[in-house]
Design a protein around this ligand. Sequence first.
Ligand code: FNR
Length: 366
Amino acid sequence: PPLDEILNLHDFETIAKEVMAPKAWAYYSSAADDEITHRENHTAYHRVWFRPRVMRDVSKVDFSTKILGQKSSMPLYITATALGKLGHPDGEVNLTRAAGKYGVIQMIPTLASCSFDEIMDAANPGQVQFMQLYVNNNKEITKRIVQHAEKRGIKGLFITVDAPQLGRREKDMRMKFEDNAQVQIGDSNVDRSQGAARAISSFIDPSLSWKDLPWFKSITKMPIILKGVQCWEDALLALESGCQGIVLSNHGGRQLSHSRSSIEVLVEVVSKFKEKNLWPCQNFEIYVDGGVRRATDVLKAIALGATAVGVGRAFLYAYSSYGQEGIDKALQILHDEMEMNMRLLGARTISEVVPEMVDATSLTSH
Ligand code: FNR
């Protein structure tokens, strides 16, 4: 269908399923085991309700914000997803260009299909980008990747901490990952018999621990954010270890099956931090990702204490179906939804999106 018939982010998923190569669809859409956490990521948002305010002169609303001190036109960013070229020949640069056009930030994955420099070169001058890091079991390689990223102007290093081993994604495993031709990921000597995810992940260091953080700080001045925290205890450790933030995430339901939704974890972390007089935090931001498909999801997360949310699959499906124009459209939809829902909520700026605007009591009582 023509792009102007797309009304929301769910529509892209429906179309992607029809038009994508089965192998690519399997890799993008799959999640761990019975995909319970993947579904829960989205449905958990349905248990948060709004308490809008009225009569607040919402003729003008402004939902621009800052993420790690960097300007963003919306409180969301494009999160890292591997193997962009499975969905579209231009791969990740689709995302880079759309992000530049709409003033949002892209997190570049370690396992991008385009090379890191290709992605950086596709950005506008001054366009802010973050980088996602899978820690290689060869420290020298990790150091080289990190320092090159810093040199090229990356503004935040998101270290993925929820993947010491890749989760079991059976949809993906049923597809033999034989055609690796379009995918540049360095190590060509990999086992391709168990799907795309297994094929590309063998280098990830499972020994990564809290003790490694000083080393990361010694090799870079970029802010360090841990991606994949799932409880308040680790959130606190991240804060105490001098990280600049965390992403509450279960990797889009692709790792530990039956992990809680990130929005539920957000409520836990913020209430624990409040209890310990650590909230609001200075120089420490909390992001969430997983299941975000509507601006109302974004606003719920912001009200509950997130600085921004990451969106993954929705953009993948958008460009797999329509190339860069699909992502442009997805960002335009989110922009329009943000504007409308800020008005209906009675918030003129992001700082006016406060905890009192949501009722999350049924979030944890399921
Ligand atoms: C991911 N994700 C991910 N995360 C990461 O740290 N490194 C990676 O290489 C990838 N790769 C990846 C591939 C695909 C196809 C998906 C769907 C996801 C996880 C991603 O950053 C994020 O946590 C989730 O995608 C968020 O959930 P939604 O928005 O996809 O529901």
